[in-house]
Design a protein. Structure first.
Length: 270
């Protein structure tokens, strides 16, 4: 594990770069809107400019670190550190001026998240976390909820851009919805994870999310006393307070299994 001084420097740099990228959000110079994975998955000049700004800062100040960015940045490094960047998480929200979007910057060391910074540029809230320290929001410590009963848990989720994947995600949520208090969907995975960390949600679950969507938020949740896990093969994130996580995980496994069963073609009669 890196020493505390180096972690503190990384933490401060991530906050600095997130603030600079947030200024790009505020200008709202979206330029031409292009599509990525589908016609409903947009990318704007704000996404690209914010990522380029962060990457340029890192190349100057941390030239030996690796970088992974949503907008096609992939830089190899030799230091053991990798910066994982989503320059505008919640692009659709941003374009519609729906108040849920953020800059997300995570730092991992040998594959383990050690720094998480999420700047919510709609609410002007800075969530920051350093491994082995408490997560903060605008300078104040935050904590996950103590909820231990799934039936009264407020669950956040999200949906993919591809219609076929959205349909399967909706089927799983249909299985889960009768087992929880209610469902919320903000459209920004990074913001939702910070909502778990700060107690605005009891839990969050989504499939089909990429590492840059969750790398920072995972550390923020963990630093707030919660449990957050990501399965790279399934692209599945599950996060909650420690009293709820096992029941939530079991319910998700059952819901996914039931959905697979419902989707299976009927057996031929012989």
């Amino acid at each position: 594990m890196p020493n505390a001084n180096e972690l503190s420097q990384l933490h401060d740099l991530a906050i600095q770069l997130a603030g600079q990228a947030g200024e790009v959000h505020v200008r709202r110079e979206t330029g031409d809107i292009d599509s990525k994975s589908s016609s409903t998955d947009p990318v704007s000049d704000v996404d690209r400019e914010a990522e380029n700004l962060i990457v340029a800062g890192l190349r100057e100040l941390r030239p030996d670190d690796a970088i992974l960015g949503e907008e096609d940045t992939s830089v190899q490094g030799s230091s053991g550190f990798r910066w994982v960047i989503d320059p505008l998480d919640g692009t659709v929200n941003y374009l519609y001026e729906f108040p849920s979007h953020a800059v997300s910057i995570g730092v991992e060391f040998d594959g383990t998240p050690v720094i998480g910074v999420v700047l919510d540029t709609a609410l002007n809230e800075l969530h920051a976390s350093q491994v082995e320290k408490k997560s903060i929001r605008n300078g104040q410590e935050i904590h996950v909820t103590s909820c231990s009963d799934l039936s009264v848990a407020l669950l956040g989720t999200g949906f993919a851009y591809q219609p076929s994947l959205r349909r399967s995600q909706a089927m799983i949520i249909t299985e889960l919805i009768s087992h929880v208090r209610d469902i919320r969907r903000s459209g920004s995975c990074a913001v939702d994870l910070c909502s778990v960390a700060s107690g605005r949600l009891d839990a969050f679950y989504e499939t089909g999310v990429n590492w840059w969507d969750v790398a920072a938020g995972i550390q923020v949740v963990r630093g707030a006393g919660g449990i957050a896990t990501y399965e790279h093969d399934k692209k599945r994130i599950i996060a909650s307070g420690p009293n709820l996580w096992e029941e939530l995980n079991n319910a998700i496994i059952k819901a996914e299994a039931a959905t697979v069963s419902q989707s299976a073609p009927p057996s031929a009669n012989i």
